[in-house]
Design a protein around this ligand. Structure first.
Ligand SMILES: [Zn+2]
Length: 416
């Protein structure tokens, strides 16, 4: 997932011992282990490790029984996250596999369901890393996003020998961590049909840390039919499913939403290893990852065979989500509720020793303003923090138990 400014506290995950895992869980774990091995160098754009990972994904699609191809593109030098790097013009590739729709199923045949996951990560850290002081340690990105890539391969295995009405296109994207570059390229050069024929796009980014069966389906508000459809497939109570939100998230689905396609982003939520060198395979909940893959396969299959159109629901593009931004601004140290809350950003806690803790912010507070900026959602909050520097003193307005309160925080330095 693209860099977002929030940090979260530790949540212990106790992965099941490997010998008790189901065959599906073993398969996804094996894929995560390969992709998130040190040998893959953190899958940074322009590395031999990312090239190896791409070849692994293509071979995985082929072994599942699908035709797989590379979609080569060059990293645009003017992308905001690329400007201060040497990555402009560097060659990279999406990996695409196609499961053709069934001839003769009339209208359904002309449409495509895209299932995607990015397979690149941060390499040795640097841009986007939450631990800039980690030096040259490999950022393996086991959850971000070897997990989604492994789920993508598993869904290919689950569906490859079936015959959907609509075509299903599997895409492993590159360049996500540099600003959803692979998905943006795909939307401009869609395969095998024009972008208007995309019925829906399902994105998996960070799906390897299922805790308490809590699965987020962000983007559920992008088609009127999504909430009921997700609900009907989430039986018998497979997940504590939180389906909500528009399609402007910090990951590949946003590129499709910008092209006015219905999208869903499956996500098992943030954790303290997010964008750190500690996002390793041994913290992956393999059984949970296999369950997410099965669920997304069911959603994809239902969408690929469902008669009738989806009713797209647009939403205005938030300011801070537009350009990928520059830098990460100042550090506050709150733990936001990623499922959103009306009229502000509800926090579920603060990081120990953080400016937020020192200012007296508490779990349950709803932040409505930071400094001069009103905060209606996570984007506003990101924006507000980006407009400040470490050392700035800001007044933060919160609603606590329905009562407006003001606290003063001295913002810190990110990564400290
Ligand atoms: Zn990421």
């Amino acid at each position: 997932m693209l860099a977002i400014v929030f940090l979260v506290t530790a949540t212990l995950v106790a992965p099941a011992p490997q010998d008790t895992l189901s065959p599906a869980a073993r398969r996804v774990l094996a894929d995560v282990r390969f992709l998130a091995d040190d040998r893959q160098e953190g899958r940074g754009v322009g590395t031999a490790g990312l090239t190896r990972a791409g070849a692994y994904v293509r071979d995985g699609f082929a072994r599942a029984g699908l035709q797989a191809t590379f979609q080569d593109f060059a990293i645009p030098p003017d992308a905001p996250a690329v400007l201060h790097t040497t990555l402009g013009g560097v060659a990279t590739r999406n990996v695409i596999a196609i499961l053709p729709g069934t001839p003769g199923v009339g209208a359904l045949r002309g449409a495509v369901v895209v299932i995607g996951a990015h397979y690149d990560h941060l390499g040795l850290g640097g841009f986007g890393a939450m631990d800039p002081d980690s030096g040259a340690r490999v950022h393996n990105g086991a959850d971000d996003n070897a997990s989604g890539t492994a789920a993508l391969l598993e869904i290919a295995r689950l569906l490859a020998h079936r015959h959907p009405a609509r075509t299903i296109v599997f895409v492993a994207f590159s360049g996500e961590e540099l600003g959803t570059l692979g998905s943006s390229y795909f939307v401009q050069h869609p395969v095998p049909q024009p972008v208007d024929s995309i019925y829906a796009m399902l994105n998996m980014d960070m799906v390897g840390r299922l805790r308490g069966a809590r699965l987020l389906a962000l983007g559920a508000a992008t088609a009127k039919e999504f909430p009921a459809l997700l609900d009907s497939l989430n039986t018998p109570a497979r997940f504590d499913l939180r389906a909500s939100g528009d399609g402007w998230g910090p990951s590949d689905h946003a590129a499709f939403f910008a092209a006015r396609r219905p999208v869903l982003h499956f996500f098992t939520d943030l954790h303290e290893d997010y964008h750190r060198s500690t996002d390793d395979w041994d913290k992956i909940n393999a059984a949970g990852l296999a369950q997410v893959a099965q669920f997304v396969a069911d959603v994809a299959w239902t969408l690929a065979n469902r008669p009738g159109p989806l009713t797209f629901v647009d939403a205005p593009r938030p300011q801070a989500a537009a350009g990928g931004g520059s830098g990460y601004g100042a550090y506050l140290g709150t733990i936001p509720d990623m499922t959103g809350s009306p009229g502000g950003v509800r926090i579920t806690g603060v990081r120990a020793g953080s400016p937020a803790e020192q200012a007296g912010l508490k779990a349950g507070d709803v932040i409505t303003a930071i400094g001069a900026k009103l905060v209606a959602n996570l984007y506003d909050m990101t924006d507000a923090l980006r407009s400040h520097q470490a050392g700035d003193t800001v007044v933060i307005v919160v609603k606590r138990d329905g009562v407006e309160q003001r606290v003063t925080a001295v913002l810190g330095k990110r990564g400290s």
